[in-house]
Each structure stands twice: as C-alpha cells, then as structure tokens.
Design a protein around this ligand. Structure first.
Ligand code: RTP
Ligand code: MG
Length: 154
C-alpha cells in the first residue's frame, strides 16, 4: 500500500560555503530548474555561529558538531524549491552525505559534482516534511507546510 500525493511539496535547498566558494551556484541552480523544481524564494546570508548551532541542533551532541559550526559560519545561499515529491527528489539529486562516497556510488549527483568530502559536501536538503517545515520557517520566517495547494502561486 502506498500513498502518493499529487500535491506539490516544498523543501529547503541550501548551497553551503564550499559551493559558493567554488562558484557552483549557477550550475546547481540550473540543475534544480532542469529537474522540474521551481525556486520560489532565495537569499544570500552570512550566518553567525549561534544561527548555525540552532539550524543543525539535531547534531548538537555529535563529535563533528564544532567543525560543522565552524564550516557553516561563513556564507550561505538558500533556495526554496517545490514540486511534487520535492523533499525526497531533492535529497536524491544531492546524493549521499560523503562527497567521496557520492563520486563512487552516485557520480551524477550534485555532491559528486561539487563536494569535497564528508563535511564539505556543497549542499543541504531537508530530510523530511517536518524538517522542511522547520527549516523554511527558520530562514524565511513564514509558515510553509510541506504540502502546498495546487493553486499556490510560484
Ligand atoms: P545536510 O543535513 O547538510 O543536508 O546533510 P545530511 O543530511 O546528508 O547529513 P547530516 O547527517 O544531517 O549531517 C549534517 C552535515 O554535517 C556535516 N557532517 N560532518 N565529519 C563528520 O563526520 C560529518 N558528518 C556530517 C556535513 O556537512 C553534513 O552535511
Ligand atoms: Mg541532515
């Protein structure tokens, strides 16, 4: 039994500091649009450490957390995309967390193309409807449930 929604769905896409530094913004945006997503809002931000700690709060107890906060504290570009099944499709497009693994197992993924290693993996994607809700609210400060109505304006 499967439930497949035909409603459009929203997710949060982020280009991390290494993606920006490597000038991958345009090619990543082109990949997003060519894959059937629509970008509804975008922002370029500098993040302070407190913001990064809060955004990645789920990893606060992990040994890599201080490194992650340091890495993400520089600059970041965020997109906000939606399509049917946007959350899972965007995660599939970016590939596995470790960019070195991505190069072997999913060579066509964005992390294989732009990422460097386990930490510097170029992009972020919400991993569930709950995460998408939280993250869209976090950066765009407005309620955007994972699902939006078919008539929702782009
Ligand atoms: P993201 O949240 O950024 O989309 O990445 P993800 O779901 O694929 O991976 P996650 O487990 O949520 O980890 C968040 C980010 O932390 C960095 N990381 N470093 N050194 C390490 O062991 C390590 N593990 C993860 C990566 O930048 C990862 O994307
Ligand atoms: Mg994650």
């Amino acid at each position: 039994l499967a439930y497949v929604s035909t409603e459009k769905e929203k997710t949060l896409a982020m280009i991390k500091p290494d993606g920006i530094a490597g000038n991958y913004t345009d090619v990543i945006k082109k990949t997003i649009l060519d894959s059937g997503f629509s970008i509804t809002q975008e922002m370029l931000l500098e993040l302070n450490k407190e913001t990064v700690r809060s955004f990645y709060a789920e990893h606060a107890s992990k040994s890599f957390f201080p490194d992650l906060v340091q890495y993400m504290s520089r600059i970041k570009f965020s997109d906000f995309v939606k399509k049917v099944n946007a959350i899972a499709d965007w995660r599939a497009l970016i590939g596995p967390t470790d960019a070195n693994n991505a190069k072997i197992t999913q060579p066509n993924s964005i992390r294989a193309m732009c990422g460097m290693d386990l930490q510097r993996n170029c992009v972020h994607g919400s991993d569930s409807p709950q995460s998408a809700d939280r993250e869209i609210m976090f950066f765009f400060n407005k309620a955007s449930s994972g699902f939006v109505s078919r008539n929702d304006e782009l």
